[in-house]
Each structure stands twice: as structure tokens, then as C-alpha cells.
Write a protein of this length. Structure first.
Length: 304
């Protein structure tokens, strides 16, 4: 049995994830929507949507009004881990609300004989599985010591899940598998060819979305934590993408001759010291898709 925990502070994507899981997950699973609403109104809407969709809703004992986006992610995640997962021997999947499965997938087969699988973040020499998409074996040692909080390690800031670095270093025999990351999809990174053909015309560079493992599409900013000027467009694009997937029209292109990194690479390659959220190692080089101020002004004009 696989148990999936997805964290939702808005009601928008519960139904989408539920539909895609039912269609594409090829093993027995349970889907838990963690209610991370920041207001009582949103909290009620999320619970009602879970009831309609027959999705198990996990209610936090607090409103998620913490001061930073990182805290609003890490505090609920740590609470769920400590109260639901730590004593459960099931395979656990943790993902963001804006992560969409678009092709048949089996988490157990993908994890194989590994202990952890995830999209790996690296900042300087510090690496850890990102909370946006990660898989954990049910028989991990000392699960009660796993720390998903952000913070400073050796003077380097790490985001949500960053303190898992200490756990992985302490348990050095753990086998960790990387979920391949195509980088932030945009013209600057020369990777728009990774998009399924049916999505290319409607996709916009400002989305800075990601494709993981040729199976998951991360629309990014589903909670609109970054107050994206393109949020409404992203919502419409997501609806289109989900419907195309449900109609079996999503076909990921070949990634032949496109270099992804595995976990051994991550351990040995030194990441940039001045890491930003947009830094990724793709096709043999570090790339950074942070929009320049002039680009932001240009995009605002286009969307006006």
C-alpha cells in the first residue's frame, strides 16, 4: 500500500490530482489531502471538496498562517510526518498540490530497492530530497529523527526538507534515487522541447514549470505564494493539461542526448554558492532561469 500526502492551501487542485491518480497510478494507494488553509473559509472549502471527491482530509490543529512560504510548507509537513507517517510502515509519497501525474506510474516499482527517491536539491555541498515530490520506504531507520524544516547548514540556507541532509549523512548506507528533473522549462534554458506536443502552443515561459521523471508536471506556484502575474493563465493551462491527460493525449518526447544527473552526480558536483530557487544542473551545466527585471516588465506589458 502506498500512501500519498499532498498539501493544499486552496481548493483548486484536489479534484485534478484525484482524477489523475485514479487514472494513472497502477497500484493500490490512499490519497490524503492535507488541509493547509490560511483562513477558516478556505479550510471549510477544502474539507467540503475532499468530501465530494471522497478523498481523506487531514486537518491541522492550527491555521497555517506562519510568516514565510517556507514555514507554511515545512511546519505542516513536519506535523503530518510526526503524527501520521513516523509509525506507518507503508511507502510514503509527499508532494505539492500543483504536482500532476500525466502518465501511468507505479511508485513501488520506481522506488525499487532504494530507501528514498526524490527530486534532489543541492545548495553548495548540501543535498536533500525536495518536499515537492519524494518517496520514502516504510522501513527507514530512526524515522522520528527526520527534520523537514528549513534553516542554515554550514552557513548555507536550505529550504523546506533541507535538514534531511543531516539524516542522510548520519545514515550513510541509505540508497537514495534521484527523480530526473528537466529544469525550469523556458526558452532561455533551451528545453521547451521536453514539453509534450499538445502543450507547447499554450505553454508560456513565465510559468517556469518543471517536468519530473517524464511523468510528473509541476505547474509551480499553485498556491500563488509568489503572487504571480500569470496565475490566472496558469490555472487555465492546468485545466487544459489535465483534460488532455484524461483523454490520453499527453505523450512525453524522448530525452535522448539530454543529460540528467543521478544521485552520484549530485554528491560530487559542486552547486553554485549563490543558489537561487531557479538553479538546476541540466544537460551538463548549471542553469538559472531567474527572470531579469527587463523581462518582468516585458511580460507585464504582454499580459496587460
Amino acid at each position: 500500500m502506498v500512501k500519498i500526502y499532498s498539501f493544499h492551501n486552496k481548493v483548486d487542485y484536489i479534484r485534478c490530482q484525484n482524477k489523475l491518480f485514479k487514472k494513472f497510478i497502477t497500484e493500490e494507494y490512499q490519497f490524503f489531502a492535507v488541509n493547509t488553509a490560511e483562513s477558516y473559509e478556505d479550510k471549510k472549502l477544502i474539507k467540503e471538496e475532499c468530501d465530494r471527491e471522497e478523498v481523506s482530509c487531514i486537518e491541522l490543529p492550527f491555521l497555517n498562517t506562519h510568516s514565510t512560504p517556507s514555514a507554511r510548507n515545512s511546519i505542516p509537513l513536519q506535523w503530518v510526518w510526526d503524527n501520521y507517517i513516523v509509525n506507518d510502515e507503508s511507502t510514503t509519497v509527499i508532494m505539492d498540490s500543483d504536482m500532476f501525474l500525466l502518465t501511468p506510474f507505479n511508485f513501488t516499482d520506481f522506488l525499487g530497492d532504494n530507501d528514498i527517491a526524490g527530486v534532489i536539491n543541492k545548495r553548495a555541498h548540501i543535498w536533500y530530497p525536495w518536499n515537492g515530490l519524494s518517496i520514502f520506504s516504510g522501513n527507514l531507520p530512526d524515522k522520528n529523527t527526520m527534520n523537514f524544516r528549513e534553516g542554515l547548514i554550514d552557513g548555507v540556507y536550505v529550504d523546506v526538507s533541507g535538514n534531511l541532509y543531516h539524516y542522510i549523512q548520519k545514515h550513510s548506507k541509505l540508497k537514495v534515487k534521484n527523480i530526473y528533473d528537466g529544469g525550469f522549462i523556458c526558452s532561455k534554458n533551451k528545453n521547451r522541447h521536453l514539453l509534450p506536443d499538445v502543450l507547447k502552443e499554450r505553454y508560456e515561459d513565465v510559468f517556469l514549470s518543471q517536468i519530473f521523471g517524464q511523468a510528473f508536471f509541476h505547474i509551480r506556484g499553485g498556491s500563488n505564494w509568489n503572487n504571480s502575474i500569470a496565475f490566472d493563465k496558469k490555472v487555465k493551462f492546468t485545466s487544459f493539461m489535465v483534460e488532455e491527460a484524461m483523454n490520453d493525449k499527453i505523450k512525453f518526447p524522448s530525452t535522448n542526448n539530454y543529460r540528467f544527473i543521478d544521485t552520484d552526480d549530485i554528491k560530487t558536483l559542486e552547486a553554485p554558492i549563490h543558489w537561487t530557487e531557479y538553479t538546476r544542473y541540466v544537460n551538463g551545466k548549471w542553469i538559472n532561469a531567474t527572470p531579469k527585471r527587463s523581462l518582468i516588465r516585458f511580460v507585464k506589458k504582454l499580459l496587460a
